[in-house]
Design a protein around this ligand. Structure first.
Ligand code: ADP
Ligand code: MG
Length: 574
């Protein structure tokens, strides 16, 4: 278990790590994508779940609130209808059993019985007695049915077999929708007769009307062939054929959804009656039922889509900002790291150079001393033919020693071994001093040196000698970069309360990106025959030591600008 958990976490961490192996931009694209995907997942999964649960819940409620009432209404009405019919059958059955054939055959007695039936149980239209041969032998009611022969009618045979019979609604001889209840009775071993009563189907409709449906709903009875037994609001009158298929038989009220021939989407609740053999149907248009649902659904959809869009927008914005921040921080860190690395390189190289310089300084001092001694000894040998020659050679030695000393001196400077001597100085003055060294070359090569020195540049506390070297190095490079007749501009200004700056701009050959990367490295030079590659690293070392900074801008063929920023107070100054 914990192993799985660990695995999961490593996965998750991997998902968010930078993938340093991916170069540059790519890792930020990946990070951004991962972040966005995770955030979207984290927000959307609950959102989707919520929407889904809402949907399911609402469907369930809908069922409870709308479909269940329909079902129970149909159940109740079914019961009422069954009870109504059962009562009529029981009444007719009672009449057939309670009276003898002779009593029933007596017209007066029958009309008496019928009047009691009519007042006690509503819905009876007429009452008749039919003998074994199917002939109506007695009749009370509004029609002239005495003597009618029913022997050929199917219900007559059914009642003979089953003992009782309830018909569907039919028109019969009287061309009026009615329903027949018939019960057979007999004396043991003797003749049998049938008591037959007609029920007004309006009574059935009354039961349905008592369901008190809302105006959009419809309820009616149909028989198993789909013939309407009571009038319908939507599908015609009694004995019309229903236009959609009969539902599958069930005595439990149930609900199905269907589309009728008029294209209406419906919920249909129905139940089969046990007796008579009819089906109670109730329909409710879906539009009506689902109106609340559809509006809610569209509101939910709008909310969902709106929410989704907002979430997407925010996620994309936030990840963008976030990743950009990370990228910036990374870039800063990388730059700082590069600078540090450079520093390290310089200082280790510097230490090496300083060691070498130091070691060489001693023998040089000895050579210098010995050569001086030789010069001192020369006057002692006036007659020697080699005297003059010896003197020139010795002086050459001294000159070379001097050059060596110069170089070791520079190397020591590069290694920051040279002491810093802080004084308050005018930077413009330092620049002018350095320029005096270069005056001759400028004149000779016709180089235009333009001075734009700030007039009231604040004096700064720094090291004059080292600053001279800085500007000399940069100006030397500028002079070497420009052709004869080129331009070198020197500008000084006050940057802010703590800093001043000097920029040296030339219109020489410039540098490409690759060169720019290496110019501060010791011994890097593009001047094959005469360059040492020490000028800029030394300059860089000095400027840093004095608490300043140096920046370079260059374009190939256009020129280069070196800008030296210096603090008004070098860190060594007390
Ligand atoms: P060196 O001058 O001995 O080559 P530097 O350290 O002074 O050594 O300069 C290093 C390199 O930087 C030069 O070889 C040159 O390629 C480049 N460089 C420096 N200053 C300029 C400049 N003003 N214009 C063009 N290239 C320059
Ligand atoms: Mg140089």
């Amino acid at each position: 278990m914990s192993f799985l958990k660990n695995k999961f976490w490593t996965r998750l961490q991997n998902f968010f790590t930078f993938r340093p192996e991916k170069a540059g931009e790519a890792r930020y694209v990946i990070l951004r994508r991962n972040l966005a995907v995770t955030m979207i997942l984290v927000t959307f999964v609950p959102l989707f779940l919520m929407a889904f649960i809402n949907y399911v819940e609402y469907r369930a409620t809908l069922h409870k609130e709308i479909l269940s009432p329909m079902q129970s209404l149909v159940g109740k009405a079914k019961h009422s209808l069954e009870l109504f019919i059962a009562e009529r059958v029981a009444t007719v059955s009672f009449v057939s059993k309670a009276y003898s054939f002779e009593e029933l055959a007596d017209p007066q007695r029958l009309s008496q019985i019928f009047s009691v039936m009519k007042t006690e149980f509503q819905g009876f239209v007429d009452l008749g007695i039919i003998n074994e041969k199917g002939i109506q032998i007695n009749y009370v009611g509004p029609y002239q049915l005495l003597g009618k022969d029913y022997s050929e009618q199917p219900w007559f045979h059914e009642v003979r077999v089953k003992g009782s019979y309830v018909s569907d609604v039919f028109l019969g001889y009287r061309k009026f929708p009615h329903m027949v209840v018939a019960v057979e009775s007999s004396v043991p071993g003797g003749k049998s007769w049938i008591v037959r009563a007609t029920i007004d189907t309006d009574r059935l409709n009354d039961v349905i009307l008592s369901m008190s449906l809302d105006p959009e709903s419809d309820a009616f009875l149909i028989n198993r062939e789909g013939i309407l037994q009571t009038p319908s609001k939507f599908y015609g009158n009694v004995l019309d054929r229903l236009s959609f298929p009969i539902p599958s038989p069930t005595y439990q009220p149930s609900v199905v959804s269907l589309r009728d021939d008029q294209g209406r989407e419906l919920f249909m609740s129905y139940a089969f009656l046990r007796e008579p053999n009819l089906i109670l149907v109730m329909v409710k248009p879906k539009v009506r039922v689902l109106k609340a649902w559809t509006t809610l659904k569209s509101e939910m959809l709008v909310l969902f889509v709106g929410g989704t869009l907002i979430v997407l927008f925010v996620v994309i914005k936030i990840t963008g900002i976030f990743v950009n921040r990370i990228k910036e921080a990374d870039e800063k860190r990388e730059a700082a790291f590069r600078e540090l690395q450079h520093h390290h390189k310089l200082s280790s190289l510097g230490r090496l150079a300083a060691g070498v310089a130091h070691e060489i300084n001693n023998p040089m001092a000895i050579i210098n001393e010995k050569a001086g001694l030789i010069l001192d000894l020369l006057p002692q040998m006036p007659q020697s033919p080699y005297r003059d020659r010896l003197e020139t050679l010795t002086r050459d030695i001294l000159k070379s020693v001097d050059r060596c000393r110069n170089i070791t001196h520079r190397l020591l400077g590069f290694a920051r071994r040279m002491d810093v001597q802080i004084e308050v100085l005018d930077l413009n003055e330092v620049v002018r001093e350095v320029l005096t060294f270069l005056e001759k070359e400028a004149l000779y090569r016709n180089i235009d040196v333009r001075l734009q020195l700030a007039e009231n540049l604040p004096r700064i506390a720094s090291d004059r000698g080292q600053l001279q070297q800085v500007f000399l190095n940069i100006l030397n490079n500028a002079f070497e970069a420009v052709p004869d007749g080129g331009i070198v501009s020197i500008t000084s200004w006050e940057v802010d309360a703590d800093k001043v700056a000097v920029s040296i701009q030339d219109n020489g050959h410039g540098m490409d990106e690759e060169t720019m990367k290496h110019i501060f490295e010791p011994f890097f030079t593009t001047k094959k025959s005469y360059g040492t590659g020490l000028g800029l690293p030394i300059t860089y070392g000095i400027v840093k030591k004095l608490g300043g900074d140096i920046q370079v801008q260059s374009h190939v063929g256009e020129g280069t600008t070196f800008t030296v920023y210096l603090p008004k107070k070098a860190p060594h100054a007390e």
